[in-house]
Design a binder for this molecule. Structure first.
Ligand code: ATP
Ligand code: MG
Length: 351
């Protein structure tokens, strides 16, 4: 029996509801398949913690997290009481940077029983691999001049290391899926970084002759995700492009409440962090009606990452069985509370 040590950080808002719900599910899958177990240590690091202590986590927080097999996080943010830049930089971004989580993985798939806003949705099932540490989201730049001449300059940073790492991960992932990679580019308008990105994509592609590789301009790709999402397998994009494309992915699946994500450390030195796409949703926090599927699917990504793809696949099947049976939270058009959905998943795993 192998016991994984998981640092659980429910965080703020609905994170406090969906994380415990997802952990019950995770325990049920582990018990069903056997051979592994999870030990969770819960950390109360959040905006409440900030208001009490003046920081989002203790000074040795990162040191503490480093020894875990994975970090399972709910949501961070309580913008009415703590500015977003304080809460995000004080916890989420600090963890992502310290643990070199350079890949953001975001799957999108049409679930049985869920309604997509697309008129004629074919069965789509794709994953966006987003570069997570550099690119357009840089602090380099500033404003110069005043008045009519005022201008802002924003630099994007594309290192060979960061670019290659994301692209290589995408090719390797495609090898385990349906063997196709699409690169999001914009080299017709962005004349330095994107041709570089394209070059790295061609070079890494040459090392993977078995994978069908193609590039598309990100604007066209965004449209294709609406008109023919079923044609994609793995999509790789820069930090900004990946961010935008994954919101489309969440939307066409039927909502942000089910969208999962992983922040992966791929050099094996530090733990990865598993956190759904959605935020703390303060307006429904405490009501017990949040959709737990985003957090549960995120737990599936954690299982995959820990090497238990069979359990992950089974878990997702059961989640789909439950949506197909019509048990849904309010955001998906149903009326089931959080725990009714998660416990039905647990029940089905137990029988
Ligand atoms: P952040 O700034 O942290 O990304 P946000 O305010 O931009 O967060 P969310 O907190 O994700 O976005 O909320 C966006 C909308 O989706 C809100 O109306 C919220 O109530 C809803 N929502 C998000 N997650 C869920 C969920 N798990 N279940 C139900 N509704 C959700
Ligand atoms: Mg917000």
């Amino acid at each position: 029996m192998h016991t994984y040590r998981i640092a659980a950080i429910p965080g703020d808002g609905i994170g406090k509801e969906v994380v415990p719900a997802a952990l019950e599910v995770l325990d049920a899958v582990a018990a069903l398949h056997g051979g592994i177990a999870f030990r969770y240590d819960a950390f109360p690091w959040s905006c409440d913690y900030y208001l009490a202590h003046g920081k989002m986590m203790p000074d040795d927080g990162l040191r503490t997290l480093r020894d875990y097999d994975a970090i399972f996080l709910g949501a961070v943010g309580d913008p009415a009481r703590v500015p977003d830049h304080v809460s995000l930089w004080g916890l989420l971004i600090a963890i992502r940077r310290e643990f070199e989580q350079a890949i953001n993985l975001r799957p999108a798939k049409l679930f049985r029983g869920l309604e997509s806003p697309l008129r004629r949705p074919n069965d789509f099932d794709f994953v966006v691999v987003r570069e997570n540490s550099e690119g357009e989201y840089s602090e380099i730049g500033g404003r110069i001049h005043k008045g009519a001449d005022e201008l802002a300059v924003q630099s994007a940073i594309f290192t060979r290391r960061g670019t290659e790492q994301a692209i290589r991960y995408a090719f390797e992932l495609a090898g385990k899926r349906r063997g196709r990679v699409t690169s999001a580019t914009k080299s017709n308008g962005i004349v330095h970084s994107m041709p570089f990105w394209d070059q790295v994509f061609r070079e890494v592609g040459a090392e993977h002759p078995d994978i069908a590789a193609s590039s598309a301009h990100v604007d066209a790709l965004a449209a294709f995700l609406v008109t023919k999402p079923e044609t994609f397998d793995v999509i790789v994009g820069s930090n900004l492009f990946g961010d935008i494309l994954t919101d489309i992915g969440a939307a066409i699946m039927g909502g942000i409440g089910i969208a999962p994500a992983a922040n992966l450390n791929v050099n094996g030195k530090y733990p990865s962090m598993f956190e759904p796409v959605h935020g703390s949703a303060p307006e429904i926090a405490g009501l017990g009606i949040a959709n737990p599927i985003g957090q549960i699917w995120t737990a599936k990504l954690m299982l995959d990452h820990l090497g238990h793809q069979d359990m992950g696949a089974h878990l997702l099947q059961v989640v789909e069985d439950v949506t197909e049976a019509g048990l849904k939270t309010r955001d998906l058009g149903g009326s089931a509370p959080t725990l009714e959905v998660s416990r039905e998943i647990v029940r089905r795993l137990q029988r």
